[in-house]
Design a protein around this ligand. Sequence first.
Ligand code: LER
Ligand code: MN
Length: 275
Amino acid sequence: MKLSIVLSTQSAQFQAATFKGELETNLSYISSLGYDGVELAIRDPKLVDMDHLESLVAEYNLRVPAIGTGQAWGEEGLSFTDPDPKVRFEAIERIKSHIPGAVRFGAVIIIGLIRGIVKPGVEQSQAMDWLIEALRECTASARQFGVQLALEPINRYETSLINNASQGLELIKSVGIDNFGLLLDTFHMNIEEPIIEDSIRACGMHIFHFHVADSNRWYPGAGHVDFKTVLQTLAQVDYQGWVSGEFLPTPDATTAAQRSIAFLQSVQSAQQHEV
Ligand code: LER
Ligand code: MN
């Protein structure tokens, strides 16, 4: 199990990015705790000195499994499903602008809230058409560079578009390109999936990335998600990707990050002893 944790390269309103800014201090801390990688939340690649970031990540012996893109929505309101064609165009361009960074790090590009919500006056079917069109364009561009895109089903309180795994699987069929898959997040799954483990099994090879937070969006072990069966099921579907912590910095980022890795490693080692 390769473990990473989210670090936003700049300050952001999104609360569950465990670490924000202070790149060198945070990368050093993440590495010292034993994480194998860091998931970077990047609002706009233009705001980041990628050469510097790459050298810091290498210095602390970390890998970058995924790049989160949701701040373009959270901070700037860009989305694939906005009624304004200019906003949709900018959202598509923003996602394409992450491709060089994804190539550099060998990272998956996450499609979270940049998909948007169904805005007032827009039909759900129209929003879905815009979403599919944008995803086809972005995945086709990324495919030429061997980059994957992972769409994250997000709970109903944050978006009205793709809340659960079965809607995600339907979307994969509609987009119809093999570098498009899913990011499953245990926080959202705990709200939306009847049985989390069944949904992991149903998604199987389409899982490109995996977020962990507990039921209260605190670090794993602080709520009631059964991480023993979650990790077992990921192993059963032969998931080879990363398990990435995305949770609230409660009681503070460093304590939460430390408790998460200790808990996940203890769950995994208990399983290995059972086998
Ligand atoms: C992002 O990975 C996420 O899980 C969403 O809740 C963003 O709001
Ligand atoms: Mn997530």
